[in-house]
Ligand binder design. Structure first.
Ligand code: HEC
Length: 102
């Protein structure tokens, strides 16, 4: 087996470290993904898709946690939440809770 040069190893460790607490991400980009189903305004595109606009942020956050952990089983939402970080879930929950309900 070929040994990895230690420079490569160090570099990959540095990358892991770099993805730390103050990692910046684009909330608008994440929201655009959600909008495919939940609409740009947090109003579901279909009768089977819940409105998120104006919902309590704590509730939305908890649901995202549960979709990711599998405690609330749902194929699409398990897929959508799999890569969300805790910060993103909080920001998404706050974002949708502040949109006007319909
Ligand atoms: C492929 C369509 C689709 C996409 C994309 C999608 N969702 Fe959903 N979402 C659904 C459906 C369908 C439900 C209803 C789940 C159920 O029946 O349990 C749901 C439920 C939810 C709920 C629970 C609402 C409630 O009233 O309990 C939240 C919160 C949520 N989605 C957030 C998001 C966020 C945030 C994103 C983007 C990261 C997203 N969704 C992307 C289809 C989608």
């Amino acid at each position: 087996m070929k040994r990895l040069p230690s420079a490569v190893l160090l570099l990959s460790l540095a990358c892991v470290g770099g993805a730390g607490a103050e990692q910046k991400y684009d909330l608008a980009k994440v929201v655009a993904e959600c909008a495919a189903c939940h609409g740009p305004e947090g109003i579901g595109n279909d009768v089977e898709i819940p409105n998120l606009a104006g919902q309590h942020d704590q509730y939305l956050y908890t649901q995202l946690q549960h979709f990711k952990s599998g405690r609330r089983p749902h194929k699409e939402m398990a897929f959508e939440s799999r890569h969300l970080t805790d910060d993103e879930m909080r920001d998404l929950a706050r974002y949708y809770s502040q949109l006007p309900a319909r």
